[in-house]
Design a protein around this ligand. Sequence first.
Ligand SMILES: Cc1ncc(COP(=O)(O)O)c(C=O)c1O
Length: 410
Amino acid sequence: MTVSVKPFDYQAVRAQFPILSREVHGKPLVYLDSAASAQKPRAVIEAMVRTMEHSYANVHRGLHTLANETTDAYEHARASVARFINAPSVDSIVFTKGATEAINLVASSFGLSLQAGDEIVLTELEHHANLVPWHFLRERKGVVLRFVPALDDGSLDMEAFHRLLGPRTKLVATTHVSNVTGTVAPVKEIAQAAHAVGALVLFDGAQGIVHAQVDVQDLGCDFYAFSGHKLYGPTAIGVLYGRPEALAALPPYQGGGEMIGTVALDAITYADPPHRFEAGTPPIIEAIGLGAAIDWLSTLDRSAILAHEHALYERTVSQLDGADWLKIIGEAPGKAAILAFTMDGAHAHDVAQVLDRYGVAVRAGTHCAEPLMRRFGCGSSARASFALYNTPEDADALVQALFKARSFFA
Ligand SMILES: Cc1ncc(COP(=O)(O)O)c(C=O)c1O
């Protein structure tokens, strides 16, 4: 990942997140669980409330003022997403419930064209969202799943990746950034190699959209999936980007209102993308909230944000240097600011609970990545993830709480 060293006014940005001024157990909140779900700036909260208070109606269906205003706001959000990831067309942005639904959409629709023996290449780093939908195809259609191994530092074994590709490979679906190891996958290399054997490429961008600057045309992917709630937007909204030709070739995913051309009792035609994939009333307020998050983020210097997050990660890790009771999972070069670890003699859940007593919020468990946990020989781990609103004091509070937890469990 290329990051600049421009200063980033994290205090000014942090002040825009109302929740960050609260306390937990009498201590200032140190929120280090943003890889699970990020907090929301006032711009997002206010955009959602404003819509509900001022111009709420269902979209695309009305001829009255409120319906038109809400439709404009909803479609403005789509345009913001398209600009943010440099999509070639606004119509290549499908709103979904989240990254999970976006991947399920591709698995369900594209999966219809697959036959027994066709192959899908995944990696050992995947979140269950990018594993289980493909297991459905293995169970239901006899599709063969092949896995790129993870190396000890969390990076992908790219020699193995190239060996796995072949004439039966129909799809390569990998994470862009791992939610556990923070590994940034060599996505351009993956896309080029997959296309060379005629396969389509999907990137799970749930973390990538936050921890990298995404240009889907430059990446060369056919599909890119992400969620709003990790990108400082609301829950229940996500995006499937589809390259226009790839999206146009997909049959519908769900049936219902708004996704059709015409319906008769004995025949049906479908709308063009993106509406073909947005059956029923969409998550209107949530899409507008995501648009607000992206408009807000777009006013900030993304490379300065990434440098800031990276500096916090480095500050934490350097203070833990020599702490041989703590094992970091994933130290690939250029990794994102996600710190998963195990502590000798303590279960990850217990570590997280002790940290919580000091106001430090981290995640613990399998992080919905059981194969990855197995690969690194642990049933679970704790994970601290840094976001644009975290401070050097947050990093120091984490380190202090970890030393206290260590003395508790030792
Ligand atoms: C890498 C990765 N993929 C997919 C997901 C699923 O995202 P969601 O639950 O928002 O659909 C997550 C969530 O943690 C993730 O980190």
